[in-house]
Design a protein around this ligand. Structure first.
Ligand SMILES: [Zn+2]
Length: 239
């Protein structure tokens, strides 16, 4: 996907020469506008100096870059409390999705979500970033951003499931599955504690020897379970 570049004003970000290995997180935002374009945003940050920024803006048709990846955009910082232990401006890229509004409710056009998914997949590959490190602004500071993915958790889960690069035959490698599981936070520790809707998937992974937890515990988070179930339904674990 072609990305066009228009530099933000210097007041909006911090010049840095961080290495690719320093970029560990991708943070998803929404513009909280209605009908804006990626180019509108790049133009705005090139012209104005609000003292905030993002690396990329995505709309239905285009992606515009506003801050170079090795520079640090100001997109998820706070003077308040951080709810994510590690993700900060200094180790992340900020990606804004242009939003639309119906009544009081923000939403994303399907084409914007599709473009963002493809672009985030590309960035995950470029920087070797695991699925668990693709987060919402909300996950870092609890800001309602991106609203369409905070107010509708299922939409966020489905976006994340779409980030897994399924191979042509759709099967994930054992290493990919184990990586996914290793990223989970502890919630469900035994197969019996897994809710009905996830039981079949967990049984399949256990019998396939993918899921083995430490000290006999599964250590499977709710979020990860949802992602695994979506992948299971897509046939990712079929042998
Ligand atoms: Zn945000």
């Amino acid at each position: 996907m072609n990305t066009q570049f228009k530099a933000a004003r210097a007041e909006n970000y911090r010049v840095s020469d961080r290495s690719a290995a320093d970029i560990r997180y991708l943070v998803i935002h929404f513009t909280a506008n209605d009908g804006d374009t990626a180019k509108n945003n790049a133009d705005y940050f090139a012209r104005e100096a609000p003292g905030v920024s993002a690396h990329f803006f995505v709309d239905e048709k285009e992606i515009w870059q506003s801050v170079r990846e090795k520079d640090i955009a100001w997109h998820c910082g706070t003077r308040g409390m951080y709810f994510h232990p590690y993700c900060r401006n200094a180790n992340s890229l900020g990606i804004e999705l242009c939003s639309r509004k119906q009544g009081e409710k923000y939403y994303f056009a399907p084409e914007t979500v599709k473009n963002a998914r493809n672009f985030v997949r590309y960035l995950m590959k470029k920087y070797d970033i695991p699925l668990a490190n693709v987060v919402r602004h909300y996950d870092v500071t609890h800001k309602n951003c991106p609203a369409p993915f905070v107010e509708d958790a299922a939409a966020w889960q489905s976006f994340k499931a779409g980030l897994i690069q399924l191979t042509k035959e759709k099967n994930m490698t054992e290493k990919q599955v184990k990586q996914l599981i290793a990223q989970a936070k502890t919630v469900y520790d035994t197969a019996e504690s897994v809710p009905e809707w996830g039981r079949g998937t967990v049984d399949k992974l256990l019998s396939g020897d993918f899921l083995r937890g430490t000290d006999g515990k599964l250590a499977l988070s709710e979020e990860m379970l949802r992602v695994l179930v979506v992948l299971d339904r897509a046939g990712a674990f079929d042998r």
